[in-house]
Design a protein around this ligand. Structure first.
Ligand SMILES: *Cc1c(COP(=O)(O)O)cnc(C)c1O
Length: 392
């Protein structure tokens, strides 16, 4: 991987030490140009006409995403974020009193809110699977809890607020054996390291464009296993996703596109397409190896600083690193990093209530490097932590 060339192709690397790829990755010049070129074309010849002219490139987006997650193009639907993609899948399931939704303690806050709302509306029950001693979802406990009341297992692959990678493939083996739908929130994993729906055994997978995939803001996608179309009834319906038979009936359009809506930002779609193509060209194996290595490099060095502690859980860890200066409020650490033009975010205790209840460690500083960052940039961030932690 030619890191210097990749950085030259990433304008933001000249201005900032960007350790916020779990928030939004930096756009490459190629992605930026794919978007601006389409906006120019829309202004020059008209929005419908521009989409017609670029139809092949727009359609190819589905094939690129399919290749990225190891699925097929007709199994992919495009959305404006991961939340809408996830909601399209989740709201297509029906629940009745006594049904159970199983989730993990690292589940994304928005997903938990949706489970709670559904529980209130339908009388279904939300059951939270405990973590094992390492802090990842306890798959033995999941296997015990899963029964004929279980109508869904919903899990976040990588949580927003920590370096944990949940054992998704093992979860997939359990759900497949039990015949229970498995909805995997892969928002933080797609683009960070290789994700294969065939290997993971999930039935629905959601991701966003802007995070480790380095696509534009306002993009996301849903992947759905074809067999799942039999029990999923999309929540939204329109003339582009179903055909009215002229009487009182209709038929859904084939494949996963029935979950999406017709109108979309094609500049964003083409930007996402460029970002996915670039990830495929660089190679997800190499991207994943380097991102995870940089995460470990940063975690090890922060842990070596007296007065600094990292908080990542699990057996397998990734490029997201959470840390604290023991004797300083997290917001002050984040502000000091910002003064050095180092981009990070902080975790929010209310977004991760299960983890807050378990550990009470939030807010934490979240640093999320990606393959285009350098070890030198990480050293700079560690220096700032060391200065803040030094006794005065
Ligand atoms: C960011 C995030 C989401 C939400 O993604 P959006 O694209 O902002 O809707 C969902 N799940 C996880 C784990 C996330 O980190």
């Amino acid at each position: 991987m030619d890191i210097e060339a990749l950085r030259r192709d990433t304008p933001g690397t000249a201005n900032r030490i960007h350790l916020n790829n779990a928030g939004a990755g930096l756009l490459s010049r190629r992605t930026l140009e794919a978007m601006t070129a389409h906006l120019e074309l829309e202004a020059a010849i008209g929005g419908y006409e521009a989409a017609d002219q670029e139809r092949d490139r727009i359609d190819a987006t589905y094939a690129h995403i399919a290749q990225l997650v190891d699925g097929r193009p007709d199994e992919v639907a495009l959305f404006d974020n991961s939340t809408h993609a996830w909601t399209a899948a989740f709201s297509s399931l029906t629940f009745k009193p006594g049904d159970r939704i199983l989730t993990g303690r690292a589940e994304y806050g928005s997903n938990v809110l949706a489970y709670l709302q559904t529980a209130q509306r339908t009388g279904a029950e939300v059951v939270v699977v405990p973590n094992d001693a390492s802090g990842q979802l306890d798959t033995a406990a999941l296997a015990q809890l899963i029964d004929d009341r279980t109508k869904l297992v919903g899990v976040s692959h990588v949580p927003t607020g920590g370096g944990l990678v949940n054992p998704a493939a093992e979860i997939g083996r359990i759900t497949r054996a039990a015949g229970v739908p498995f909805l995997l929130d892969a928002t933080q994993s797609v683009g960070q390291f290789p994700v294969s729906v065939a290997e993971l055994g999930c039935d629905m997978l959601t991701a966003t464009g802007r995070k480790f995939l380095r696509g534009p803001r306002g993009t996301g996608f849903l992947w759905v296993r074809p067999e799942a179309l039999e029990y999923l009834e999309p929540h939204s319906i329109e003339i582009a996703t179903a055909t009215w038979d002229g009487k009182r009936g209709f038929t859904w359009q084939g494949g996963a596109r029935r979950f999406a809506t017709w109108e979309t930002s094609y500049a964003n779609v083409l930007g996402l397409s460029a970002a996915v193509q670039q990830a495929l060209e660089i190679g997800m194996d190499g991207i994943g190896r380097r991102a995870i290595e940089l995460g470990a490099y940063l975690r090890d060095r922060l842990d070596a600083v007296p007065g600094v502690t990292t908080y990542d859980l699990g057996r397998q860890r990734c490029a997201i690193v959470t840390a604290k200066v023991d004797a300083m409020p997290t917001a002050e650490v984040a502000a000091a990093l910002a003064e050095h033009r180092i981009n990070v975010t902080t975790t929010d205790p209310t977004h991760a209530q299960f983890d807050t209840e378990d550990r009470g460690v939030h807010p934490l500083v979240r640093l999320s490097p990606h393959y285009y960052n350098t070890e030198g940039e990480l050293d700079r961030a560690v220096e700032v932590f060391a200065k803040l932690a030094a006794p005065r």
